[in-house]
Design a protein around this ligand. Sequence first.
Ligand code: ADP
Ligand code: MG
Length: 262
Amino acid sequence: MTAPELLEVRDLGVEFTAPDGSPLRAVRGVSFTLRRGETLAVVGESGSGKSTTALALNRMLPGTGRITTGTVRLEGRDLAAADETELRAVRGARIGMVFQDPMTALNPVLTAGRHIDEALRAHGNHDKAARRARTVELLDRVGIPDPHRRADDHPHQFSGGQRQRILIAMALAGEPDVLLADEPTTALDATVQDQILALLGDLNRETGTALVLITHNMGVVARACERVLVMYGGTVVEDGPTAEVLTRPRHPYTAGLLAAVP
Ligand code: ADP
Ligand code: MG
């Protein structure tokens, strides 16, 4: 028997409820497979369902969002049908997330070190001294200079790029099998974007964490991702090796997207 794939999404459907009470189908019939250590890009215009798909994977849908069809199998276990206890064990420890805006994700009154310390504690590390050592190690790993000292600084004392690095360090605290990064560099200037994306690529190669990168940057997709999903109107319209999708797009939306790349 072959081992199950790391993540197998089949026929995923997600609905929200509109203010007038009518159902709003955000995602339908989405299927894809993520192998261990793979790098997968998800692209598509605003509102095409990228974030909703990512959030559905570990059942963190906001507001009225709910999974209405399909399965999300993590090594065979269907998370779409899992209970809260099981989901808590998955979030962070199996599937880590990095979001777009580090400032809203960080608590202004807590130090960088405390953020990571809390993440380590949530993942069952109960030895304070070991957590401190690991915190400094993680800050160093994500490229924060002088991590011993900087662990005691607060979010506003870091640059935007450094705050995103702190969020990545928090996501790494659980040693996840999958790192979901939802437009992690949108709020940053171009040079810093490249540095953060390079860091995510390095982490994928060094730790074997699979990377799902939601991005608008086709240059990054071409350089950093083995496979690409293109979403349009809540469905997946392309799924293939990046080189193939970029040279022989099958859907008109993808062709238009590529024409827009300088
Ligand atoms: P993308 O990330 O590709 O920009 P989203 O997944 O955010 O797209 O949105 C997909 C659809 O789901 C859109 O029609 C959006 O309006 C809807 N949607 C997303 N979040 C919510 C929410 N919290 N409440 C209601 N509708 C939402
Ligand atoms: Mg989004």
